[in-house]
Write a protein that binds this ligand. Structure first.
Ligand code: AMP
Length: 305
């Protein structure tokens, strides 16, 4: 089964304490696709400008990412410039140039409209809403967002949240959106708007999946070398939704497994710049990391005598 993703396809310039990269492949839909395509076929919808090195997306196409819905428009591509200092959990946005995204109107190709799983990756909520009108009864619609849109498009975002099944966002964004400091209260506030599940990512401190009557926690894999955190959230979403799409099972037990795949994919994404590590990754490496995550948290309960 394919998963449809709509989001940014960007050129990122990133600075971390370990190095610098300019105009490398980035964007929410790009990271999502690189991660999810390791588990299931992906249909991508987005836009790039005439300056985009489109040939660099060929390895993604070779791995099962259908690029029919990637529009090429006249103008500059979406560009994001960010910096991380010693707190690798906090990205500092230095510049956001929407470029061709400011005039983008997503057109979902006919053959993508029946996609059973849809991920509305981080992008203007007005475009996310527009996409929802074009798809036919998906089994699950999930969305992501970020501070930029919470601030500038709040009413549209609230409307979007009333129409999706699941939201993924990081802890800071959950607090900013709900105006609640406590994450349990923030998740409840968001679920009251409509979504049945809220995944709150906490960077190196793992991720929480809140559902109406349960909470699940997945640790982040304790990596010795985190190189560039950009795209961890989108890769988490790619692993999570990719696993759900591949298995087609929305039971609580399977959603918990999916969160572990999300955590595994997120941890690989940060080992190198851009989508580099995701592109060299194999299924057996992913399975092994999921096994290690299980080992990390398994213990035998024993009451003291
Ligand atoms: P994350 O997974 O949260 O680290 O997402 C990082 C990606 O989000 C980068 O590759 C950026 O190109 C992309 N990005 C940054 N700002 C925006 C924005 N306002 N809208 C859509 N995508 C963005």
């Amino acid at each position: 089964m394919p998963v449809l993703v709509v989001g940014s396809v960007a050129l990122d310039s990133v600075e971390t304490p370990f190095g610098k990269a300019d105009d490398v492949l980035g964007g929410s839909a790009t990271f999502f696709s690189a991660a999810a395509s390791l588990l299931t076929p992906v249909q991508l919808v987005g836009v790039v400008g005439s300056d985009y090195p489109i040939e660099k997306l060929e390895p993604l196409a070779a791995r099962g990412v259908d690029l029919t819905g990637l529009e090429r428009a006249d103008g500059q591509s979406f560009r994001w410039r960010g910096r991380y200092r010693h707190d690798l959990n906090a990205a500092e946005t230095l510049e956001t140039h929407l470029g061709v995204f400011s005039r983008f109107s997503p057109k979902i190709p006919d053959k993508f409209r029946d996609a059973p799983f849809v991920f509305l990756a981080n992008i203007d909520p007005r475009l996310q809403l527009d996409v929802l009108q074009q798809v036919k009864r998906p089994t699950l619609v999930a969305c992501d967002t970020m501070n930029f849109w919470i601030q500038s498009r709040r009413p549209d975002l609230l409307e979007l949240l009333s129409k999706v099944d699941l939201v993924t966002l990081n802890d800071g964004e959950a607090r900013q959106l709900s105006e609640k400091v406590n994450l349990v209260q923030a998740a409840k506030w968001i679920m009251d708007l409509g979504p049945r599940h809220v995944n709150i990512k906490k960077g190196e401190h793992g991720a929480l999946m809140f559902s109406r009557d349960s909470v699940f926690f997945a640790p982040a894999y304790p990596l010795e070398g985190v190189f560039d955190p950009t795209g961890a959230g989108d890769s988490f979403a790619g692993g999570f939704i990719g696993y759900l799409t591949r298995t087609g099972d929305l039971s609580d037990a399977n959603m918990r497994r999916a969160v572990m795949y999300g955590s595994a994919l997120g941890s690989f994404a940060v080992e190198k710049f851009s989508i580099e590590r995701l592109m060299s990754l194999t299924r057996s490496e992913i399975d092994e990391r999921v096994r290690q995550l299980k080992h990390l948290t398994t213990f035998e309960e024993e009451l003291p005598a």
